[in-house]
Each structure stands twice: as C-alpha cells, then as structure tokens.
Design a protein around this ligand. Structure first.
Ligand code: C5P
Length: 220
C-alpha cells in the first residue's frame, strides 16, 4: 500500500498510547511506541550502573543498546538482549528516571535514528507515538496529530492506570515534573504548524479513537 505514517504526540495521560494502538489495529498499520524505547534505555542504564547525568555514558549506552521491540499491536514486547522487559519498563522507578535519559541529546539522536529506521522497515505504514514525532522524527508524516487533555483528565487517567496506589497529589506532582523536564528538550504541549490538535478532555476512549480515525480518513 501507499505510505501512511500517522504521527501522534502528546503529554503523559493524554490517552495517546491506548488510542494510538487502537487506531493502528483498526487501520491494519504497524505501531511504534517511542516512549518504550526511552524507557528501555533507562532500564538498561540503571541495570548496568550508568550514571544518568553522565551524558557521554548515556549516549554510549544508547548506541550499544541491543533493543528489540515488536511493531505489531497483536503481540507487543520490548527486549534488551535476551531479557524481556515489557513489564519492567512501566515501573515507577523507570517513569521517574526516564526524563534524565530523554534529555540527553546524544541519546535522542540515536533513538530518533532507530525510529526512522523502524518506519522505513514498516514500509512507512505505521502509527508512531511519542513527544517529537510530528516535529522531529516524522515531520513529513501523512497525518500529524497532537493529542491533548486537561490536567484534570490526564491525572484521572494516570490514576486509573496505576491502579490507584498513589495519592492524587503524588501522581500530579510526578506527572507534572516529568512533563516539565521533558519540555526542556521537546515541545509537545503546543501543536506545530500543520499539526491537528485533538483535545480528549471531554471524550471517552471510543470517541477519541473515532475523532482520530476521522482525521486520518480525511487526510488520505
Ligand atoms: O510516552 P511515555 O510516557 O512512555 O514516555 C516516557 C518518556 O520518554 C517521556 O516522559 C519522555 O521523557 C520520553 N520520550 C521522549 N520522546 C518521545 C517519547 C518519549 O522524550 N518521542
């Protein structure tokens, strides 16, 4: 088929990952979760004793990372070497450390290179989700979307994802701290030129998927 890259950016808790997966499934496209790549690199740095504020070491780890990631929504996994770390990369320890890795510019360069390779490998028929997809990784994507939601809606969704073990205040401060740190290197709070904003604050999951699908179908 023709190239159809659907680039979706947004902050954490915007519903980006679940919506992106469902859109990929409905359209029969491959799916790339770029946040999982930053998380896998963070896991590797922590596991191998790399100091996260050592930019040279983090960049070297990124280049050497033996990362294997599925691009099929039917069977998702993330492996580093022989180890399946699909579950581990979602742990709070990774979430709170990942921004330090993601703000290391040399590491970003390496992961962006791999993301572009993955898009090419999928014959450019892929939903790609992250923070800098519409602007840096795939600025010429056929469809470029920014998925936003009010702070209130985002916190409520994060709370549900974590199973409610943390207080609302803890959650809010963690998520906002991560967004603030991420914002120092990537702009994902405002839509770049030509990027369509979808605000999901007052939409449920199915409605958000429907809006995104409509934007995609209008573009092709
Ligand atoms: O999307 P997710 O919350 O899993 O992303 C985890 C982290 O990875 C973000 O907080 C950010 O630091 C980093 N990230 C990034 N650029 C992307 C995707 C994720 O910097 N394209």
């Amino acid at each position: 088929g023709k190239p159809l890259v659907v680039a979706i950016d947004g902050p954490s808790g915007s519903g980006k990952s679940s919506v992106s997966r469902e859109v990929a499934r409905r359209l029969g496209l491959a799916y790339l979760d770029t946040g999982a790549m930053y998380r896998a690199l963070t896991w590797h740095c922590l596991a191998s004793g790399v100091e996260l504020d050592d930019a040279v070491a983090v960049e070297a780890s990124a280049r050497a990372l033996k990362l294997e990631q599925s691009t099929s929504v039917e069977h998702e996994f993330v492996k580093v070497g022989d180890l399946d770390i699909t579950e581990q990369i979602r742990e709070p320890a990774i979430s709170s450390a990942v921004s330090a890795v993601a703000t290391t510019l040399g590491a970003r360069t390496e992961l962006v290179r791999r993301q572009r390779e993955a898009i090419t490998h999928a014959a450019k028929r892929m939903v790609v989700e992250g923070r800098d997809i519409t602007t840096v990784v795939a600025p010429t994507a056929e469809v470029r979307l920014l998925l936003t939601a009010s702070e209130e809606a985002r916190m409520a969704r994060r709370g549900m994802q974590l199973g409610g073990t943390q207080t609302a205040e803890q959650l809010t401060s963690q998520v906002l701290a991560r967004d603030a740190q991420d914002s120092t290197v990537v702009e994902f709070q405002r839509a770049a030129d030509g990027v369509v904003t979808v605000d999901s604050s007052d939409l449920d999951f199915e409605q958000t998927v429907a809006v995104v699908l409509r934007v995609v179908l209008e573009a092709v």
